[in-house]
Design a protein around this ligand. Sequence first.
Ligand SMILES: [Zn+2]
Length: 157
Amino acid sequence: MYPESFKSKAVKMYESGTSLREIADQIGSSPASISRWLKGRGVLPTSGRKKSKVKFWEKINKNTNKLSPYAAGQCWEWEAAKTPAGYGRLWNGERYEYAHRHSWKIHNKGAIPDGLFIMHKCDNPSCVRPSHLAIGTPSENSLDSVKKGRWRYAKKD
Ligand SMILES: [Zn+2]
């Protein structure tokens, strides 16, 4: 642990234009630690992950009055870009991603295992309400769609 005086010194150096690397070298620490101290004191902006979380929830309408027979509470709809099928779409900093998948990852604090789908219990493609989302396999996903009648025409064959 470094004493507070070291951290204050780091802040002063950063504010006078010294780079993280130079501060680290002078104090005898690593640029990553310096970056953490500065973030902790609000001198440096916090990580992109946190920022994208704030932006993400700003693009959602929680007052849709849309109720589904399949999930409790009203849908929270993504109001920014959507695919032609109605799924919310966003740029996650690396690539385009479905908004409901992004929502699931934020809420569950983890990645979606390979090969698994995020399904809408409410059957509303633009909904990102975590309690309306469920993780499942591709076959569970299509069974779920059949159950909700989305494929009623295909079923007649
Ligand atoms: Zn919903």
